[in-house]
Design a protein around this ligand. Structure first.
Ligand code: GLN
Length: 318
């Protein structure tokens, strides 16, 4: 069956096709009914102290409505709105958001990050907006030889690896993660964004699977786990109860992975090679101290995120 969706004709099938991003539209609802559902969901969100924007975020991903028509409520008089799930199923998902604190990104399995629409699941950390800047920092840092090797350690959804691949079209990106489930998501994202040919994926612990790249790497970029173990339970329940602790837990002082990355990276980086990580608010000075004590680094800098928090630490291999 053919269905028209945002002016485009789609074949409707029973399965979501991840690779062609074909949208499956099996359900319909009147604009009036959806308007009432949305109004009620917004009231529930306010009562549960959840951002009301999440209602539209969910609806945008599972209906043929865009954010503007939702915000202006211009869909109210449409006789038919197409949905990917029944309104009963959507109600159950919304209850999971409110009662079980399941992040809306995991509910719809998608997140926007830079210019990408990425798949996410509870096997990967939801890529954060502040991390988007890490790619701009690489861009502003200097010029690089064309066929360089770049590394994203702890790639998760693959976000940083994809950002590097699109910024550096002639480079090879090596993306490592300990979790096979995370790597499966990262590979899917690389296929969907058509960057798969530039990225090699490895299962393993940090630098361990990359021994063939010793002395050859132009840049190492990482968003490692950096939350001190004792602070994990104080994170929002959305994070603590649903996001992978492997991607969050940085050990007693939160700096275990960063300490390792300071120590292990010089062996892999070329002279002048870039070392760039994200850290938690309040950790930058300790990271700078670690790098400064290590004779192999120079030009060490702290860079703030858009909220003015000291978020990124940049250094170069001597
Ligand atoms: N930025 C994440 C948070 O605030 C933590 C990510 C990490 O540990 N690398 O929960």
């Amino acid at each position: 069956m053919l269905v028209r969706f945002r002016g485009i004709k789609f074949h409707v099938s029973n399965k979501f096709d991840n690779y062609t991003q074909r949208i499956i539209i099996n359900f319909q609802i009147s604009g009036q009914k959806l308007y009432l559902w949305r109004k009620n969901a917004i009231d529930n969100a306010i009562a549960a102290k959840v951002s009301v924007k999440e209602v539209d975020w969910l609806l945008q991903h599972i209906s043929d409505l865009d954010s503007l028509s939702l915000r202006l409520e211009s869909f109210k008089n449409r006789p038919k709105i197409f949905l990917q799930k029944s309104i009963e199923q959507i109600t159950i998902l919304w209850q999971k958001r409110l009662k079980e604190h399941l992040p809306v990104q995991y509910i719809v399995g998608r997140v926007s990050w830079r210019n990408f629409e990425l798949d996410v699941s509870p096997s990967v950390l939801i890529p954060r907006p502040e991390t988007e800047l890490i790619i701009d920092i690489v861009q502003q840092t200097s010029c690089y030889s064309k066929s360089s090797h770049w590394v994203d350690l702890g790639t998760g959804s693959g976000a940083i690896a994809l950002g590097l691949a699109s910024l550096l079209p002639d480079a090879t990106i090596h993306a490592v993660d300990y979790s096979e489930a995370a790597l499966a998501i990262a590979k899917t994202n690389a296929i969907k964004t058509k960057l798969i040919n530039q990225i090699q994926f490895y299962q393993g612990n940090w630098w361990t699977p990359l021994s063939h790249l010793k002395g050859k790497v132009q840049g190492m970029v990482s968003n490692p786990p950096y939350i001190p173990s004792s602070q994990l339970p104080q994170l929002q329940p959305e994070v603590f109860e649903h996001e992978p602790h492997l991607a969050l837990d940085g050990g007693t002082d939160g700096l275990d992975a960063i300490r390792y990355l300071v120590k292990a990276s010089p062996e892999y980086l070329i002279s002048g090679g870039l070392w760039l990580i994200e850290a938690m608010a309040g950790q930058a000075a300790a990271v700078v101290a670690m790098l400064s004590q290590h004779k192999d680094y120079e030009n060490i800098k702290i860079i703030c995120d858009l909220g003015g928090i000291e978020r990124f630490i940049l250094a170069f291999r001597r």
